[in-house]
Design a protein around this ligand. Structure first.
Ligand code: NAP
Length: 472
């Protein structure tokens, strides 16, 4: 109901948006200009070399400015030049290595752009530019080493991203292109997480957009925790229309948004962010996605005796939803019983029925399984690449024969938990249906539509199966 209300209040999705500038910084000779020029050419973006710009407006070469007026005059001109840059437009800018040392310059550059530190070790710079007589600094290797020592920390702390340029220009260019593609979504949609390489979201959302005849782009965006704040600030300004959120940002993003849907607030996690008039609003479509996926199996939370394994974000949200959809009992087991209690308490807050929490011990598992008809694994145990699995699955033998065993994991599609449950003749459900449903629900919010859900889920499932059969 809350979501339906929110939909009617939404403005149509925004179109277009200003591209961010990309500002390259780093030591003299680190490759800022050559990389910037090449990247601008291949990415079809304007290129600006700040030193050239300073020469142009002053009518003097950089060497002349230094020799006739000294470094302070150069810094003043540099500052003026940066202040005059104005809104982005997607330029690739090679900034002098000293420019971002000044906090005012840093703030001005960050306003419209993303700063990338080109990190080339001094010995490599000296090796490559040994014959370049036009660079006074490089004639005195010691001064380059001491400059590197003085500035490195500052580069690392002020840049949004670091690009290692330790080998060839071609390799650095290819990495720079990938960084720019991942970090500057000019329009369209994406999913943020860290790491994000494995995400199936682009396949699902592109399939939905395609089915609707829309040309929107959807991409995976690798956003480490330390860059989440900057990403959200940029997202509000850029042409990005909306984005999904995955591990590890589902909780931490909440404090950075302008508004949060009441259900997401109560679940304590956001997986979808919609931009309306420059304001970012967070939703949680995971739990409705799970409900819909259960319903496809002819099951729901109504009167269910639910056993949840794990007490993280998903577990709390499942417990919250199950209580409000009429579950008869909700038990949460976690390796840390305190977390299980806290999760149960918070899911029950403001509700007339209470969830219980206990330890994820073999005894407790067996006891709770005997009294459950819906078991949902909300831990990563058994997930591909996680490296850990349930040590013993004997507790499954305690479940009544009509019980459904659900694993939120979708990779692999059949976890050892589901395999063992199926072998016992129990009904099973993996996380794929939930993944598809939550994505389609997110698209409904992104596009402000509520139509053809079954058709869209089918198109997404077909695209997923095709991608899994033909991995690139
Ligand atoms: P989370 O917040 O990190 O919570 C994970 C929970 O698992 C925590 O309670 C954690 O315990 C527990 N856990 C981790 N390692 C464990 C181990 N070795 N033994 C026992 N318990 C362990 O993650 P989440 O967002 O809730 O996601 C949980 C699972 O659901 C993940 O596998 C995720 O991929 C899946 N998921 C699927 C979908 C979908 O669309 N299908 C959507 C959301 C989530 P501690 O708190 O003690 O670390």
């Amino acid at each position: 109901m809350e979501q339906a209300k929110a939909k009617s209040e939404q403005a149509p999705p925004e179109t277009g948006g200003q591209l961010n500038d990309i500002i390259l910084t780093g030591l003299p000779g680190s490759g800022k200009s050559s990389l910037g020029r090449l990247a601008a050419e291949v990415l079809d973006r304007p290129f600006l070399d700040l030193d050239e710009e300073i020469s142009r407006i002053s009518g003097l070469s950089i060497a002349e400015i230094f020799s006739r007026f000294g470094e302070s005059r150069f810094r003043t001109l540099e500052k003026e030049c940066i202040a005059r840059l104005g809104p982005g437009g997607g330029r690739i800018i090679a900034a002098g290595g000293g420019a971002i040392i000044d906090p005012q310059n840093e703030a001005a550059l960050k306003k419209n752009g993303l700063i990338i530190f080109i990190d080339r070790p001094p010995e490599k710079i000296l090796e490559t530019l040994a014959d370049d007589g036009s660079r006074p600094l490089l004639k005195a290797p010691q001064s380059l080493y001491s400059l590197a020592e003085r500035r490195r920390e500052r580069y690392l702390s002020s840049a949004d991203l670091r690009l290692a340029n330790e080998r060839t220009l071609a390799e650095a260019l290819s990495n720079l292109k990938a960084l720019i593609a991942a970090e500057t979504v000019d329009r369209g949609y994406g999913v943020i997480g860290h790491p994000i390489g494995h995400s199936l979201s682009p396949t699902i959302h592109q399939a939905v957009f395609q089915h609707l005849g829309l040309g929107h782009q959807y991409q995976s965006l690798n956003v480490p925790p330390e860059r989440l704040k900057a990403f959200v600030a940029r997202a509000a300004q850029s042409g990005l229309r909306g984005f999904n959120v995955t591990i590890p940002h589902k909780k931490s993003i909440m404090a950075l948004l302008d508004e949060i849907d009441p259900e997401a607030q109560a679940c304590g996690a956001v997986n979808t962010v919609v931009k309306v008039g420059g304001r970012l609003k967070g939703y949680n479509t995971d739990m409705e996605g799970l409900s819909l996926s259960l319903r496809e199996q002819g099951r729901d939370f109504q009167a269910a005796r639910l056993l949840i394994l794990g007490a993280g974000g998903a577990a709390g949200a499942v417990a919250f939803k199950a209580l409000r959809q009429g579950a008869a009992q909700v038990r949460i087991l976690a390796r840390d019983p305190q977390k299980a209690h806290r999760c149960a308490q918070s899911a029950s807050k403001g509700w007339n029925a209470a969830a219980e929490g206990a330890a994820l011990s073999p005894q407790e598992l067996k006891r709770a399984a005997a009294d459950a008809d819906l078991l949902i694994n909300c831990t990563p145990l058994g997930m591909e690449g996680f490296g850990q699995d349930f040590e013993c699955l004997d507790f499954l033998d305690q479940l009544p024969s009509e019980a459904l065993v659900c694993d939120l994991i979708y990779k692999p599609q059949e976890t050892s938990l589901l395999r063992r449950a199926a072998a016992r003749g129990l009904k099973t459900l993996n996380g794929l249906g939930m993944l598809i449903q939550q994505a389609v629900l997110a698209d409904e919010l992104f596009l402000n539509i509520q139509t053809k859900r079954a058709e869209l889920c089918k198109a997404a499932a077909a695209a997923l199966s095709c991608a899994q059969n033909n991995p690139c």
